[in-house]
Design a protein around this ligand. Structure first.
Ligand SMILES: Nc1nc2c(ncn2[C@@H]2O[C@H](COP(=O)(O)OP(=O)(O)OP(=O)(O)O)[C@@H](O)[C@H]2O)c(=O)[nH]1
Length: 242
């Protein structure tokens, strides 16, 4: 069995993280929000630091809440994406605050530590139900952190089964400490949000073409329009807390 998998929606493009100093104008309609959640101490903050700053934090400080804005360019250099990365608290004390983070998210990175079996067991027990409660249409990427540890407590088969059971679009192992697979993880995540956005734009363009050609004239148009709009709202992966 493969250690990792990446569904087609999480692959295809290559996105390069840009320095703030050489930043061309970002595309205003290509703005995405990615939230990372998982057990306290599983390595979420270190992963984000490793990706954005290229450095591994030496001290552990429990996160309450933190945001990072990243700009990425696609390989054709036609688009600049704005990606807001939301770091959340794994600690129970900050549960209420964390739950506010899910609003309008385009993707959830659900993290566990390869050095702590409980953190994987908590994926279906704690984290998947919490995510489903707030944004049941938002895609999930499962990530196993601390892949550098000598004694792993999680087997590839166990992680694979959990990933499949929660419907994750990808499962990847990373090490923030060794910078292993970190760029690949975020590239997959950005592919998911970008591919979904492009698919939705193509759908909208097709719909307006059909309307402009008059395909929805007459009685059938009255029925077709509402069902299309309800499908659009189901396909929109953002979640809203009410
Ligand atoms: N060996 C190893 N240790 C890591 C790695 N990533 C993080 N750690 C260590 O794990 C501990 C917790 O890391 P954090 O990134 O702060 O964990 P967190 O998930 O953000 O924790 P909370 O803020 O409490 O939710 C720290 O002592 C890190 O040094 C890694 O890739 N390998």
């Amino acid at each position: 069995m493969d250690k990792f998998y990446v569904d087609p929606i999480a692959s295809g493009g290559k996105f390069r993280l840009l320095e703030q100093s050489d930043l061309p104008t970002p595309d205003p309609d290509l703005q995405f929000k990615i939230v990372i959640v998982g057990d306290s101490g599983c390595g979420k903050t270190s992963l984000l630091s490793s990706y954005i700053r290229g450095s591994f934090p030496t001290e552990y400080e429990p996160t309450i809440f933190e945001n990072h804005r990243a700009f990425l360019q696609d390989s054709t250099k036609q688009h600049i994406l704005t990606v807001d990365l939301w770091d959340t608290a794994g600690q129970e004390d900050y549960e209420r605050l964390r739950r506010l983070s899910y609003q309008d998210s385009n993707l959830i990175i659900l993290a566990y530590s390869l050095a702590a079996k409980d953190s994987l067991l908590n994926i279906p027990e704690v984290w998947a139900p919490e995510i489903l409660g707030f944004c049941d249409k938002t895609p999930i990427v499962l990530v196993g952190l601390k892949s550098d540890v000598a004694k792993k407590q999680v087997t590839p088969a166990e992680a694979y089964n959990v990933a499949k059971s929660i419907g994750a679009v990808a499962h990847i192992e990373c090490s923030a400490k060794q910078m292993y697979n970190v760029d690949q993880l975020f590239n997959s995540c950005v592919n998911v949000v970008y591919n979904k956005h492009q698919a939705a734009s193509r759908e909208t363009a097709r719909d307006s073409k059909r309307f402009s050609k008059g395909h929805f004239r007459g009685a059938s148009a009255v029925h077709a329009a509402p069902s299309m709009s309800s499908k659009d709202s189901r396909d929109d992966s953002c979640c809203t807390i009410v």
